[in-house]
Write a protein that binds this ligand. Structure first.
Ligand code: GDP
Ligand code: IMO
Ligand code: MG
Length: 436
């Protein structure tokens, strides 16, 4: 295996919160560079080490490995106030990123009027609410596309900053009127420069940095945020986020070519969750759903909102496997299914006429009529929490996982049996062997 073929992308295959943070942290020890390439602080990636948990929103989840170089690519959005809070939390834990982090000069900033617009829309949308995280993600990406965005590199030219900010700011002010009391543009600019001051030395050309690293054969780990079903093109539009969270976003958000990528590890829970509005055919609105939520602690890492829960949905995961060219699955949170008498697997959908549905609908309206076809599996009595090798897995769990892998059309590469680094194992004979 050449060094380049070791470059690995870790991508979410459901509606987010699959456990990407755990896997990125776990694998980071074997990589020189860990790269975020899209999304902003709508992401909440939890890393648990020795029972201590830390949630990272914009800082790559390789942060706890001091030998890792951290890269924030051009496709990422940054809220500098939150970024500074994250760095402070890391400092309190004895972790510094200075001297080992580069932030793209092309990454866009989330500004107070983006947040105000996001929250105003959600507040006035009635039943059309998307249920965003309220972090200003949509408006910040809109400003980017409308060529009114403000980029990290602009912070190096404070003399033009007010001018850069003003076009977008004025549009939001006209739209919101007095309904949303925005800080003055002078205040926004001054605060931004204040937050930015200690970060200016970290801003640079991440594309060249990654080209050089790749040319030298230094292994690179790409950390996806959100997930394929939240992808603006390939997800459940309009109930999605505003970036490409699937594989295409990696290339756009780093400036690397597809030749720089070795493998894709797709991450999925052993069941399904979703936060916010939108279709979710596997959702269980009963005591089983409640049990998944409470045992799995399914409350948002970023917003604290309860997550909607259901059985593993093979059609959506298969769609994500195909979209991303997944080489192997990281199946997470199997332990949450411990103690269930029966476990369901959504193997297909039926439409309103009872016919089999072979493709995911592209219109939100068409999702509404879908009914899940559920295959039931016998549960296991022996707990899987903390199991660290294949031989210790109960036979029923093996059968369930074999069916899950078959239905998702991807082999299992890693199985997670608890939040801690130590809880889980590499599936026998897979490409991850030797990486963990
Ligand atoms: P991400 O956004 O994909 O990084 O996932 P989140 O961090 O938002 O949510 C995943 C949650 O599940 C976190 O609280 C993790 O600590 C936790 N977690 C990860 N893997 C496991 C596992 O195998 N079992 C259990 N019980 N919890 C896990
Ligand atoms: P991680 O990286 C789960 C969801 C929101 C909402 C939709 C749009 O932790 O997996 P946005 O604020 O992005 O405009 O909201 O996307 N969403 C997530 N759901 N995990 C995430 O990130 C999410 N990021 C956004 O709940 O439904
Ligand atoms: Mg999360």
């Amino acid at each position: 295996m050449t060094d380049r073929s070791r470059n690995l992308a870790i991508l979410g295959l459901q509606w987010g919160d699959e456990g990407k943070g755990k896997l990125v942290d776990l694998l980071s020890a074997r990589f020189r560079h860990v790269v975020r390439f899209q999304g902003g602080n709508n992401a909440g990636h939890t890393v648990v080490v020795d029972g201590q948990s830390i949630a990272l929103h914009q800082v790559p989840s390789g942060a706890l490995h001091p030998e890792c170089f951290l890269v924030v690519g051009s496709g990422v959005l940054l809220n500098l106030e939150v970024f500074r809070q994250e760095l402070d939390l890391l400092t309190q834990r004895g972790v510094s990123v200075f001297g080992r982090m580069l932030i793209s000069e092309k990454a866009h900033l989330i500004l107070p009027h983006h947040i105000a617009l996001d929250q105003w829309r959600e507040g006035s949308a009635g039943t059309n609410k998307i249920g965003t995280t309220g972090r200003g993600i949509g408006p910040a990406y809109e400003m980017k596309a409308a060529r009114m965005g403000v980029r990290m590199g602009d912070l190096k030219h404070p003399e033009t900053l007010i001018e850069r900010i003003s076009t977008g700011y004025e549009e939001v002010r006209i739209l919101l009127g007095s309904a949303a009391p925005l800080p003055s543009i002078e205040t926004i600019t001054a605060q931004l420069m204040d937050y930015a001051k200690p970060l200016l030395s970290l801003i640079g050309d991440t594309q060249t940095h990654l080209w050089n690293a790749n040319a030298k054969g230094e292994p690179i780990l790409f950390e996806g945020a959100q997930a394929t079903l939240l992808d603006i093109d390939h997800g459940t539009y309009p109930f999605v986020t505003s970036s490409n969270c699937s594989i295409g976003g990696l290339f756009a958000g780093t400036g690397l070519s597809h030749k720089a990528l070795g493998h894709v590890l797709g991450v999925a829970k052993a069941y399904t969750t979703r936060v916010g509005a939108g279709p979710m055919p596997s959702e269980l609105l009963d005591a089983t759903g409640d049990r998944l939520r409470s045992v799995g602690r399914e409350f948002g890492t970023t917003t604290g909102r309860p997550r909607r829960c259901g059985w593993f949905d093979a059609p959506i995961t298969r769609h994500a496997v195909r979209t991303n060219g997944v080489d192997g699955l990281g199946v997470m949170k199997l332990d949450v299914l411990d103690g269930f008498d029966e476990i369901g697997l959504v193997v297909g959908y039926r439409d309103g006429m009872g016919g089999r549905v072979s493709q995911l609908p592209s219109c939100a309206q068409d999702w509404l009529e879908l009914q899940p076809e559920i295959k039931m599996f016998k549960g296991w009595s022996q707990p899987t929490r903390g199991v660290r090798n294949f031989d210790q897995l109960p036979a029923e769990a093996r059968s369930y996982l074999a069916a899950l892998s078959d239905a998702a059309e991807a082999p299992i590469a890693y199985l997670s049996t608890g939040p801690d680094r130590e809880e889980g194992f590499v599936w026998p004979e897979h490409f991850l062997t030797g990486l963990i």
